[in-house]
Design a binder for this molecule. Sequence first.
Ligand SMILES: Cc1ncc(COP(=O)(O)O)c(C=O)c1O
Length: 385
Amino acid sequence: MSPSPAPIPLFEPRLRGNEWRYVKDCLDTGWVSSVGAYVRRFEEETARRLGFQHAVAAVNGTSALHAALLVSGVGPGDEVILPSVTFIAPANAVRYVGAHPVLMDAEPDYFQIDVEKTLDFLKKECRWSRGALRNKSSGRRVRALMPVDVLGHPADVRPLREAAKKYGLLLLQDASESLGSRYRGGPTGRGADIACLSFNGNKLVTTGGGGMLLTDDAAWAAKARHLTTQAKTDPIEYIHDEVGYNYRLTNVLAALGLAQLEQLDGFVTRKRRAAARYAKALRGIQGLTPMREAPWARGTYWMYTIRVDEKRYGLDARTLLRRLARRGIMTRPIWQPLHLSKAHKGAQSYRCESAELLYREALSLPSSVALSDAQQDRIVTALRS
Ligand SMILES: Cc1ncc(COP(=O)(O)O)c(C=O)c1O
């Protein structure tokens, strides 16, 4: 009997650049903690790539989002509009500051926040009162739009930016999944008041765990640095002027991040090539819809996600997931839409019809940077049969 082929993971990091060298440098010099040259270099290089003036590294993407809300002044009783189809972290961060998420539907083509419905909500469900935009049903002040670029594809933020300007809202973009992607010719996140990134182990650029906040606002950046280092006001004395957080990334992890960032363009090239191969192969399979790219986007296909139409394909997404798992191929459904999540029970949602359809039908296929043609062919053969 021939041995069964090696399992194909959903996503594996690729650490083949200067990672060892830079981390060894930290260990050799003893600069392992949150002060050190690599933190600064990682911040500067990320800011340069994304076209921001300032970057503040953090222990993870969730803490970067938390800090973004704190420094931009979103607080108790405020509302933040974000998509229902996303990993839960941005909605949790909204709750950390005592604000309320308002959960918006996704559009079904690219899985991103539905811009039309968002604009509709602002126009029809909110009104201007006492110098601010307020949600008619809750009476609360709407403070921010928080689009989340999901699955490595940018959200259509231009109309959201215009709406933010019109209604006096903040635009806080969660670009955790889209580093390396481009939106209307510029890097993802650019143009937001604050953009946040995650360098979690499953991200295209990883530090194992890490995150970053990017902004052009010098005062917000300074405040973020302050808050993420326990709000200490004196370099020697232990004096603090408010309740801060221990959120700063360590030099060792920043060293890893810098080495990873150096390889980002190559990663994106590989990912886009694999996406094109997936698309070509899947087009011939009835009932499977390949991942799409909007005309204004150049995505990274961070998680290559297809839709499975049960009637036409003959299997639903979750049965397919189990069958592929039996063949050693790891896939996963997308996140439970947040308006269905117990964690955000009671949060207002707006016309989340597509979100539920996507939740039923979406399946992310193996998406490692190093996915080989042979592995991909094995996946496609399994999907065909
Ligand atoms: C869209 C999004 N936002 C935020 C996060 C949170 O980042 P972290 O896990 O680094 O806290 C993640 C992923 O991990 C994410 O995918």
